[in-house]
Ligand binder design. Structure first.
Ligand SMILES: *Cc1c(COP(=O)(O)O)cnc(C)c1O
Length: 365
């Protein structure tokens, strides 16, 4: 796919020009509406997720905001799972404070709580396939079915699973969002996001709003994402295999109190995950014995893993949720989320598993 590095397109027929501004499947007119390189990415991710069409954005938050702002209005009510990506939690708080959109929170595996939370003004159920950083897995078939009975639109953030591990539309989701910054692009060199739609009418509504909001990605970022996606399946295989090795060995290490990875039988989501996912993803968290100071010592002792935000690239990254991604939570909220003062989150890369374990083992030592 070439990189159409242009802001606009030239026409011979004024009618074709005018028509292209009104719908996503007309001629390419202006980069904020659509671009051939970006469209190629949208079609590829829509096919991977089993959707009809997609709207790409300049970041994951760009895609999430385009969907939420494109579909909600003041007075609406949203049901969301407790464990949410920090940026999304912030946006929902803001929608409540400034736009009067109420949000009720439920557990990601509790369809009865969804039924109970539904009000006449409820519009949307918001879920994440695998949540950050404790890796809870949403019971998508049961949760989407409860939402469908109530006529809600279900949005699923599938960033941590990628379409290799889960295609939420197959389980009843209406819209799937991704931070393509992560596994889809795969090399930690771009920011991007995308929303995939099961339904054409929802797609057109959100596309039209995205043109106004201006969350459009740059064609080069879209091209790099397409380029990265060519190895997505292979990378996911290695991410998951490495995660299995580290999870098992960390669980058996005397300096580790707990390991949180849905592929371990003791994880609260193990049963849901084993039914829903062919493998369990490349993100895990663990608690070092000795709490925060021990966690901090571990983080400054690693040599191969990098102390850095994000996930889904080829390198292993670690961070301390309590002081970074979840710094907005107080101690009670951290405890409620199951995040310890010494919890370390690991976004596992595609290095050799033995090199990674050697690094973790020396750092734990
Ligand atoms: C990173 C991330 C986002 C936000 O994506 P950006 O590309 O950073 O804007 C949203 N959801 C999840 C699960 C993420 O990991």
């Amino acid at each position: 796919m070439p990189i159409y590095q242009t802001s606009g397109f030239q026409f011979e027929d004024p009618a074709v020009f005018a028509d292209g501004m009104t719908r996503p499947d007309g001629a390419f007119v202006y980069g904020r509406y659509s671009n051939p390189t970006v469209r190629s990415l949208e079609e590829a991710v829509a096919r991977l997720e089993g959707g009809t069409a997609a709207v790409a954005a300049a970041s994951g938050m760009g895609a999430i905001n385009t969907v939420l702002l494109g579909l909600l209005q003041p007075g609406d009510h949203v049901i969301a799972q407790h464990a949410l990506y920090g940026g999304t939690a912030h946006v929902l708080d803001d929608l409540t404070e400034r736009f009067g959109i109420q949000v009720s929170y439920v557990a990601e595996d509790d369809p009865a709580a969804v039924r109970e939370a539904v009000r006449p003004e409820t519009k949307l159920l918001y879920l994440e396939t695998i949540a950050n950083p404790m890796t809870q897995v949403a019971d998508l078939p049961a949760m989407c079915a409860a939402a469908r009975e109530a006529g809600l639109t279900t949005v699923v953030d599938n960033t941590f699973a990628s379409p290799i591990l889960c295609r939420p539309i197959e389980h009843g989701a209406d819209i799937v969002v991704h931070s393509t910054t992560k596994y889809l692009s795969g090399h930690a060199d771009i920011l991007g996001g995308i929303a995939v739609f099961a339904d054409d009418a929802l797609y057109r509504k959100v596309w039209s709003y995205s043109c106004a909001l201006g969350t459009t990605p740059d064609p080069f970022a879209a091209w790099l994402t397409l380029r990265g996606m060519q190895t997505l399946a292979l990378r996911m295989e290695r991410h998951c295999a490495n995660a299995r090795v580290l999870a098992d060995r960390l669980a058996g290490h005397p300096a580790v109190v707990a390991v949180h990875w849905p592929g371990l039988p003791g994880h609260p989501s193990y049963d849901v995950a084993a039914k829903l996912l062919p493998d369990f993803g490349g993100v895990l968290s663990f608690d070092v014995a000795g709490g925060r100071p021990a966690g901090e010592r571990f983080m400054s002792a690693v040599r191969l893993a990098l102390l850095a935000p994000s996930l889904g690239g080829v390198e292993t990254l670690i961070l301390h949720p309590a002081s970074t991604s979840h710094r907005h939570l107080d101690d009670a909220q951290l405890a409620q989320a199951g995040i310890g003062a010494g919890t370390v989150r690991v976004a596992i890369g595609i290095e050799h598993a033995e090199d990674l374990w050697a690094d973790f083992e020396q750092a734990l030592g």
